[in-house]
Design a binder for this molecule. Structure first.
Ligand code: BGC
Length: 381
């Protein structure tokens, strides 16, 4: 209800802004012509999402589309099936079609420079969505979560699950381990992967250095533990390889997983190896996104935690920034220091994330209307 109200209010403000500065002019704008003179019905916003293999991007796409449409805009929503050339060509088409703003969640953050140069030349504003677009001047704004903090939360929840930290965050001196933990990271072409890794490793490293945590494979560098394109099967294969090599004969106590899509592959490999059966407890497995399948895994005790990033709020922020650009205003940033894309520090608006375990599924995910109890029970939306 609040959300709907917020969107309607932005819509009202936008309508006023547009008619005040442009006389509410009807008729299509040619590519490159200022969008501020156009009525929403004559404006198309291009939304480029990376993939439909993870539920979060489907929700992101739907939320952005429906929110913009509620304001009267046309939306061209495209998914690129994790294929970099497909995403580049979708963006070129959006530019050629005269879209006025592009909202882009990139696959490879460095692979879109030439398309974005064309977009900037046509006067199109570019909003980097969730993942930072790198190596170009031509990105105007970044909407995301505090990605370093997401990594810290993953590290902390792993420590809490292992009993090294108490629920209040204090240390439990009795938990001396050693705890066997393997580490996974995301896709190296996604800027977020490094932020998650740095946050988690800054949190875990003191315990690795003191020997409370042992990484049986010795693989701790991001290049050794990365998961290309965040693929479930790539993570599953690496976990299987570990279970038959470094971790064979070892009881694993924890696995740092940077995203639910990766946790699923890890959990499948662990289950196939006998974890969760015959008194062999599942290790503490982390995650991110609160994907519905994983919320069920958490409810069932196979996954320990996830990090909830409310995609409704991220979509709302992207819609707000789009509205600002289309009405000729500069959007408000809350971070102007942390996201240097190699060419410029991109003004950013960062949202907060929440750790979810079995204990707070109800208060965080169900009471907020993100899921129903029935969806959680079924593991399906
Ligand atoms: C997003 C995560 C997501 C991952 C894989 C990252 O860029 O921030 O929410 O789990 O991509 O899709």
């Amino acid at each position: 209800m609040n959300k709907r109200f917020a969107i309607v209010s932005v819509g009202a403000a936008l309508a006023l802004g547009l008619s005040a500065c442009g006389g509410g002019g009807a008729g299509s704008t040619a590519p490159g012509e200022s969008a501020t003179s156009a009525a929403p019905a004559d404006v198309t916003v291009g939304v480029a999402m990376p993939t439909q293999t993870s539920q979060r991007w489907i929700d992101d796409g739907n939320n952005v589309k429906s929110g913009l449409e509620a304001l009267g805009y046309n939306v061209d929503l495209q998914y690129a099936n994790d294929d970099i050339p497909t995403q580049a060509s979708q963006i070129s088409t959006m530019i050629n079609n005269g879209d006025k703003v592009l909202i882009v969640a990139s696959i490879d953050g460095t692979a879109l420079s030439s398309q974005l140069a064309d977009a900037a030349a046509a006067g199109i504003k570019i909003i980097s969505y969730d993942r930072l677009i790198r190596g170009t001047e031509n990105v105007d704004f970044y909407v995301s979560f505090d990605n370093y903090k997401v990594g810290v939360q993953q590290g902390q929840s792993l420590l809490t699950g292992l009993g090294i930290l108490n629920a209040d965050g204090s240390e439990n001196p009795a938990a001396t381990g050693p705890f066997n933990v393997e580490l996974f990271a995301g896709s190296l072409d996604d800027n977020n992967a490094t932020f998650f890794y740095n946050g988690a490793m800054d949190t875990l490293k003191p315990y690795i250095d003191s020997g409370v945590i042992v990484v049986p494979s010795g693989q701790t560098d991001i290049s050794q533990i990365a998961t290309q394109q965040w693929k479930t099967d790539v993570a599953q294969k690496r976990m299987e390889t570990l279970l038959t090599s470094a971790d064979s004969g070892v009881t694993l106590n924890g696995v740092l997983a940077p995203a639910d899509i990766i946790s699923r592959g890890i959990i499948t490999a662990l289950a196939n190896d006998g974890y969760g059966q015959g008194g062999k407890a599942f290790p503490i497995v982390t995650g991110q996104d609160a994907d519905i399948d994983n919320v069920k895994l958490i409810n069932d005790g196979q996954q320990y935690s996830t990090i909830f990033k409310d995609t409704r709020l991220l979509a709302e922020e992207a819609i707000k920034v789009t509205g600002d650009y289309l009405s000729g205003n500069e959007p408000e940033a809350n971070n102007t220091t942390d996201y240097d894309n190699g060419n410029k520090v991109v003004p950013s608006y960062l949202l907060e994330s929440t750790v979810v375990t079995k204990d707070n599924i109800k208060t965080v995910l169900i009471d907020s209307g993100y899921y129903t109890q029935e969806q959680v029970d079924k593991g399906q939306k």
